[in-house]
Design a protein around this ligand. Structure first.
Ligand code: FDA
Length: 283
């Protein structure tokens, strides 16, 4: 049941599936970022296998002339096993992306990884030329994120801003949604004013409308940043933004390790679980 239900958010099991989904999104006027599903691998062979899949994705993207980059979770490429090995594997991937004039986004995971992820991205950013072949994610629910945005922007590092998808304690993260939303808007405005090309990742229409209004007032053109949304979520809004002339990138996951990703999508919106349960009992 879970596998069938997860199809709404996941392109499929294979590389061909994600290529087909990406081509369709490109044809609909959207860029994409591809994610090989998986996290917290426990042995070095799995880490090497994951990074191998990402190398292959970069080559396929180039060969097929897709408007696409890749998104990687550090724990999928061995961060829990051996930090140095993980750093070397990711560095090789970012160099490959740089050679192909492409880009690697390092996703952000739970708060126990925040500092070490940012440290690694800063190292990669200064080690690989051109430096803008790597970027990171900042989560608006964390109190620390304003300072992180300032530091990363000072170093010219591209950020994807999201609200945050993990269950974090109230001593480090805003417990109330309205405070997360307010912080999101505050940080998004900082990003738009930074002169760096960032990603505004949300499906929150009210937030998006406020960002568009701010961009208009500050005369920030649509080419200066992009909106990002998850595959299968608010497709209507994705298309509306494209029609209005905004840049949109869809995050497309694929692979067999769909369970944790799927559960985070359910947790964000209990209506998803209800919808799935109703259809399960109907069939
Ligand atoms: P919010 O949760 O307030 O939802 C606003 C509206 O969006 C809802 O009312 C509903 O209409 C729609 N919506 C949101 N989630 C939905 C869902 N699951 N199903 C159906 N409708 C939904 N997080 C993280 O911790 N690390 C990361 O690296 C990333 N990366 C990332 C990339 C991209 C491109 C996106 C869009 C998001 C992420 N996230 C993430 C996830 C992010 O932190 C957050 O959990 C989700 O985007 C949901 O938050 P919203 O900003 O959409 O707002």
């Amino acid at each position: 049941m879970g596998r069938n239900a997860s199809r709404r958010f996941v392109a499929g099991n294979t590389m061909e599936d994600v290529m087909t989904a990406s081509k369709a999104m490109n044809d609909a006027g959207m860029a994409v970022t591809m994610d090989v599903l998986g996290e917290n691998v426990t042995n070095p062979d799995e880490a090497r296998e994951s990074v191998g899949a990402y190398h292959q994705l970069l080559d396929e993207i180039t060969q097929r002339k897709l408007n696409a980059n890749v998104s990687v979770k550090l724990t999928h490429v061995g961060f829990d096993i051996d930090r140095q090995m993980c750093r070397d594997l990711v560095c090789g991937l970012v160099r490959h992306a740089a050679d192909l004039n492409n880009f690697v986004r390092i996703d952000m995971e739970g708060s126990s990884y925040t500092q070490s992820t940012l440290d690694l991205v800063k190292q990669l950013h200064s080690a690989v030329q051109p430096a803008d072949a790597v970027g990171v994610v900042v989560q608006a629910y964390l109190y620390r994120s304003e300072k992180d945005v300032q530091d990363l922007c000072a170093q010219g590092i591209r950020i994807r801003l999201c609200k945050g998808a993990y269950d974090e304690p109230r001593n480090i993260a805003f417990p109330k949604k309205r405070d997360v939303d307010a912080n999101y808007i505050k940080l998004a405005k900082m990003l738009l004013n930074s002169g760096i090309y960032h990603g505004i990742a949300t499906h929150d229409q009210r937030v998006i409308e406020e960002i568009i209004c701010f961009a208009g007032k500050q005369k920030i053109p649509p080419s200066a940043f992009e909106f990002q949304m998850l595959y299968g979520i608010r497709r209507d809004l994705q298309q509306q933004l494209v029609r209005e002339g905004w840049r949109v990138r869809a995050y497309i996951p694929f692979g067999t390790e769909w369970y944790p990703y799927f559960m985070r999508r359910l947790a964000e919106r209990p209506a998803n679980a209800l919808f799935i349960a109703k259809n399960f009992f109907r069939s």
